[in-house]
Design a protein around this ligand. Structure first.
Ligand code: NOJ
Length: 450
């Protein structure tokens, strides 16, 4: 066996029940956008438009997981990873977003679930990882309040078909990112812009999150239900009151806006006044329907942000100072490598009384890997993961609640607007041949989990 001893970390230090896993998302790995009756998603459309994705990349094949899922599941087992997080592509099982169901889509996800279970790997489903059916986007997508009903009907189909074997469910992935990038900045699908689109999407996605969770609870009483949030440790550039206030607004936007209503705290309008505009879309019973008692919250943390006040930036009056400008070590995403951020976000989210359990459902890094003599020596990624695990241990020693860690991600894949330029995998993919090579980080993780 290939022993890769590079750290003193030991799995046992995290406790017997600590959950170890790896996370993926349908659009980033599956390919096969038209196979077996699948409908188009907003990402199929967005990637087909000129200039949207770096280097003109598309996800027509991606990692070909649609066809090669079995050998990738074999690799998950070979790496000793006990939990696999993947998402369901809504248009694969409901091509127009609404009934009728495309049976071939159900068959496909059943094959994945059954294959995982027979390999002894626990399936963790994310219901929505950004690939909305395009037909629904034509009707306004998440800006249309009907989206809550569309999503609910889709969740019903998923729990009815997969709920007999799948216990772990995550409703929505990183709402702040896909509404911010997709409905405010227009740099992700569906490419919409502006504050009105953004706020409507925000409110409807939040309502859909709790509606979806309730449906899971009704159908699968013993389900382990969570939803995931992107989070970032925020620091002011200086201690001037302007920068401190700006950092508070950014923290509110990136870390609090989506989770607080779900915890029954309402939208944090006092700390981010632009959120008062949401009142135009909040009707009657909404505030009572915004919260749900989740079994766990998935946190996805990659970096920290340093913030300065800026009058030029509308609504938020703040600017992020890039890692490049700060001259600090960063990944291919331009994100600073700053492991203590993970400790800080754990501390921050532990302070919410309403959170029962925290699982790190994503953490990982993109570095420019090279394949040499059949090997990828991605020592920076190995260290990145180890250093973040050290922060989890520190958090646990300090009595903070944290019950699991899922690496982003299994194989290099389609990194949204970055295309294939940002490689996050424990396993290298040659996108011309689909050849997989387990990287040093993957070998280390395998050893660690053995
Ligand atoms: C968050 C998203 O959930 C995932 O899709 C993305 O690839 C990673 N972070 C890395 O950016």
């Amino acid at each position: 066996m290939n022993k890769v001893e590079t750290s003193f970390l030991h799995k046992n230090q995290f406790g017997e029940d600590f959950l170890w896993g790896v996370s993926t998302a349908a659009f980033q790995i599956e390919g096969a956008p038209d196979s077996d009756g699948k409908g188009r998603s907003i990402w199929d459309v967005f990637t087909s438009q000129k200039g949207k994705i770096k280097s003109g990349h598309h996800a027509l094949t991606a990692c070909d997981f649609y066809n090669s899922y079995q050998s990738d599941i074999d690799l998950i087992r070979d790496l000793n990873i006990p939990n696999f997080r993947f998402s369901i592509s809504w248009p694969r099982i409901m091509p127009t977003g609404v009934l009728p169901v495309n049976e071939a889509g159900i068959v496909y996800y059943n094959k994945i679930i059954d294959s995982l279970l027979s390999a002894g790997i626990e399936p963790w489903i994310t219901l929505y990882h950004w690939d909305l059916p395009h037909e629904l986007e034509i009707k306004g997508g998440w800006t249309n309040r009907e989206s809550v009903n569309w999503f609910s009907a889709y969740v019903e189909v998923c729990v009815q078909n997969f709920g007999d074997r799948v216990k772990n469910w995550m409703v929505i992935n990183e709402p702040s990112v896909f509404t911010g990038a997709g409905y405010f900045l227009g740099i992700h699908a569906p490419g919409k812009k502006g504050i009105t689109n953004y706020l409507k999407a925000m409110h409807h996605v939040t309502l859909a999150t709790t509606a979806g969770a309730k449906i899971i609870r009704n159908h699968i009483p013993d389900a382990h239900i969570g939803t995931t949030f992107s989070c970032t440790h925020i620091e002011p550039a200086t201690q001037s009151s302007k920068d401190v206030e700006a950092a508070k607004r950014v923290d509110t936007l990136l870390n609090r806006t989506f989770i607080e209503p779900i915890l029954g705290l309402g939208y944090p309008q006092a700390d981010l006044p632009v959120l008062k505009k949401l009142n135009a879309y909040i009707v009657e019973d909404d505030l009572n329907n915004l919260s749900f008692d989740f079994d766990f919250i998935g946190l996805q943390c990659y970096t920290r942000e340093v913030v300065k006040s800026s009058l030029l930036i509308p609504y938020i009056g703040a600017e992020l100072i890039s890692a490049e400008k700060r001259n600090v070590i960063s990944t291919d995403m331009g994100w600073e490598v700053y492991p203590p951020a993970l400790y800080q976000v754990l501390k921050k989210f532990n302070a919410y009384k309403g959170i029962k359990k925290i699982i790190i459902t994503e953490n990982g890094a993109a570095f420019p890997d090279t394949l040499k003599n059949g090997k990828v020596y991605d020592i920076k990624r190995t260290h990145y993961i180890q250093d973040h695990l050290e922060q989890i241990l520190k958090a646990k020693k300090d009595g903070l609640n944290v019950d699991g860690y899922f690496v982003w991600t299994l194989t290099d894949n389609f990194e949204w607007a970055e295309g294939y330029n940002a490689r996050f995998g424990l396993i290298h993919v040659d996108f011309d041949t689909q050849q997989r090579t387990i990287k040093h980080s993957g070998l280390w993780f395998k050893d660690f989990l053995s």
